[in-house]
Structure formats: structure tokens, C-alpha cells
Design a protein. Structure first.
Ligand code: SAM
Length: 222
């Protein structure tokens, strides 16, 4: 009998769209290797649904890289709840000036992240644990920007990231259109949790289907 994981492995790895070279520059080959790992091992290990494979570039990799334009030059970035590396890895590939740490509690996801870092020879750090754990905050060190996609509703995410968010640190969350529409109603709660300048911003508008929205906010001074 054939092993069902063979069929999953046999799905063709999607070709990069023309915009990939523009977004990733010299790292486009590394982005292609990452997409191949997501489509192969990422699916077999249950980190990415098989149906996502044909839309890995638009929905996941370019969609994640779109937030690059919202991140300041040379920032120390922590991607919280990175999962299979989204948005952190595409961001790190598009922006080699950033110093990137991926935080993820689940062992098999961390293993996959380690495999990707090794395969790409990337300088990123991986910290296993939950954002709210003291040991994670200590291991991560000072942070300029926290990124997150699909980790938790914003007020809960801010609560989990409290230790990572020192005055002036930005939180940049990738959100869908529906979640973006709910942001104005969340501002009082986010401000009460110590955040200021909460705003939504369209990013990657030139990327067509990969365009998305981010919510940007800053930790207020105590
Ligand atoms: C729905 S997945 C999203 C993964 C990835 N960000 C993406 O967009 O594909 C949520 C991730 O958040 C992680 N997570 C859940 N609670 C967390 C916490 N308290 N701190 C850090 N990561 C957490 C989970 O292990 C999981 O990998």
C-alpha cells in the first residue's frame, strides 16, 4: 500500500511569482528553499495544511514579507508564535539588516524552525517557550519590534507580550480585513494595557493578492 505522506510530498512546489525577486532580492533562492520545505516537511509534519501548498507564496510567504515596510532599519525583532516561521522567516529573508529571534513553544514547530535555519545558514535565533514566560523574556533580551500573525486576539497578545514590550517597543500584528475593522473598538482596552498610537496600515499594496493589513502600536512609557 502506498504511504499517504508520499502523495503530500509529491505535490509540486509552487513557482515563485515575479514579485518574489523584487521582495527578496538576493535571498530569493533562500525563499524558494523555504517554500519547498514548507510544501514538503512542513506538510508531512502537520505544520501547513496540504491545501495551502498552491498558495504558499501569496497567502503565507509574500503576505508575511509585506510587513517589512513597517519595520524600522536595523531593528531587533521578535516573532512571537512563529509556528512554521511566519511571518518571521520571510521578514528575515527580505530584511537582512534586522536581528531576528523566533519564539515558539511547540517542540515539533521548533524542530522545523531549526531545520530551516540550518538549511538556509541563517543567523536567526530560536527560543522555545511562551512569550509570557520569564525565561523567554530573559533569553530574548532587548526588543525593538514584536511581530505576530494569527497568534491570539490583540488584547490577549499584548498581555502575553508584556515582558517583551518595554517603553518604545512596537507591536506589529498581521491581521485580516475583518480583524482590522475591529481595531478601533479595541483601542480603549489596548491603551489600558499600556499601548499607545494604535493604528492600522495597509502593507504590500503592490503585491496584489499578497497585500495585507498590519496593526501597529507602541508600548507607552510607564
Ligand atoms: C495559529 S498558529 C500561527 C503560526 C504562525 N504565526 C502563522 O501565522 O502561520 C499560532 C502559534 O502561536 C503559538 N503560541 C500559542 N501561544 C503562545 C504563547 N503564549 N507564546 C508564544 N507562542 C504561542 C502556537 O504554538 C502556534 O505555533
Amino acid at each position: 500500500m502506498s504511504d499517504p505522506s508520499d502523495e503530500i510530498r509529491d505535490q509540486p512546489v509552487p513557482e515563485p511569482p515575479p514579485s518574489a525577486s523584487r521582495v527578496f532580492g538576493a535571498a530569493v533562492g533562500a525563499a524558494e528553499r523555504y517554500v519547498a520545505m514548507l510544501a514538503g516537511d512542513g506538510v508531512v509534519r502537520g505544520l501547513i495544511g496540504p491545501r495551502e501548498v498552491p498558495r504558499l507564496w501569496d497567502r503565507h510567504v509574500l503576505n508575511s514579507a509585506a510587513l517589512a515596510e513597517a519595520v524600522p532599519e536595523g531593528a531587533r525583532v521578535v516573532d512571537v508564535g512563529s509556528g512554521a516561521g511566519l511571518p518571521g522567516i520571510p521578514l528575515g529573508l527580505a530584511r537582512p539588516d534586522l536581528s531576528l529571534t523566533l519564539v515558539e513553544p511547540m517542540a515539533r514547530r521548533v524542530e522545523f524552525l531549526q531545520d530551516v535555519v540550518t538549511a538556509l545558514g541563517a543567523p536567526w535565533r530560536i527560543v522555545r517557550g511562551r512569550a509570557e514566560e520569564r525565561s523567554v523574556v530573559r533569553a530574548v533580551g532587548p526588543v525593538d519590534v514584536v511581530t505576530a500573525r494569527a497568534v491570539a486576539p490583540l488584547p490577549r497578545l499584548v498581555g502575553w507580550c508584556r515582558g517583551l514590550l518595554t517603553p518604545g517597543t512596537q507591536l506589529i500584528a498581521l491581521v485580516g480585513a475583518r480583524a482590522a475593522a475591529e481595531v478601533p473598538g479595541l483601542v480603549p482596552e489596548l491603551e489600558a494595557a499600556g499601548m499607545r498610537d494604535v493604528r492600522t496600515r495597509a502593507v504590500g499594496v503592490e503585491l496584489g493578492a499578497a497585500a495585507t493589513t498590519v496593526v501597529v502600536m507602541t508600548r507607552a512609557a510607564r
